[in-house]
Design a protein around this ligand. Sequence first.
Ligand SMILES: O=C(O)C(=O)C[C@]1(C(=O)O)C=C[C@@H](O)C=C1
Length: 368
Amino acid sequence: MGNSEKSDVDINQELLKFRDQIDALDLQILGLLNQRARLAQDIGHVKAKTDAPVMRPEREAQVLDKLTNANQGPLSAPHVRTLFKEIMSACRSLEREVHVAFLGPLGTYSEQAVWSFFGHCVQAEPVETIEEAFRQLDAEQVDFAVVPVENSTEGSVARTLDALVDSHASICGEVQLPIHHQLLTQSGSLQGIQKICAHPQALAQCRNWLAQNAPQIQQETVSSNGAAAKLASEDPTVAAIAGQTARERYSLKAVQEHIQDDANNTTRFLVLGKQQPGPSGIDKTSLVASVPNQPGAVYKMLEPMNAQNVSMTRLESRPARTGRWEYYFFIDLQGHQQDAAVARALDDLRQSASFLKVLGSYPAAQRT
Ligand SMILES: O=C(O)C(=O)C[C@]1(C(=O)O)C=C[C@@H](O)C=C1
């Protein structure tokens, strides 16, 4: 007994020694962070003279890329990205508060995408529809809007693609969010639960898990994951399927995490704005084109990318809503529109397309 008491004292002394060193380092880090924040304020004053945008997605992507390349651990690349994203978010907010509309309500995966892209020092404002997010951006009520554009199991979000054709917004960034559904209740157990509420897509994505683990509980569809979590927070007999942001926002507990049937379920979100980010070195360009309804027209449309050796990462068609069997083609290319090869491919495409709109060049999403 004497021995174990002694070793407890030893362990405490060892911990104290390390904690003293951490305390000293934390003070140094704090000093450095405030030096960094003052530099960001200086940049903010320079930008204010010309009304230049505060948020620079290409610069933030370069900062994160440089730091993850220089990182020697033991922190992982995602740790470094997460920490420095929040540091830049705080520094940016000292220049000016950035306002972002997202597809609400609170607690949706779109809200999670906002935090993932901008960090937590932004003013995030839920809106009811995708069209309203575009409208607020066009009316300059917000600086950016975040909307879903495709899911790895459910496919494209048609309303986002349609709105992109008419809007003046440009794509400034993207977020690839792994969708990890959780079963949430007030107590963290299924005892006394009478129904499970979720968005229809979430129910579909958890079908097998629910059949095996909660076959007797009634299921009810609601308009969003956030709405489901809100209901669960108001009623102890309701469980919700939603994500981590909803769990935190509504103080719910997880009965089980990761209940989606496909472990790689991912949703891609677009960050829309009024600015055109410059090249970051790791960019993508999105465009929408249509071609005359003639034999060989689609082949001709794609030929310039082949000729210029530009990689195409996505091709998606949508009816053009003209009633004449015409289609819009949504195309993602690797590279920035200011890169020589991409610029030449776009010039050639302009010749063959009956309609071409470059939706934006922006830093490609990196894993966090
Ligand atoms: O470099 C800039 O333009 C800054 O405003 C500084 C900073 C940063 O904290 O590093 C902050 C906001 C921008 O989005 C990019 C970077």
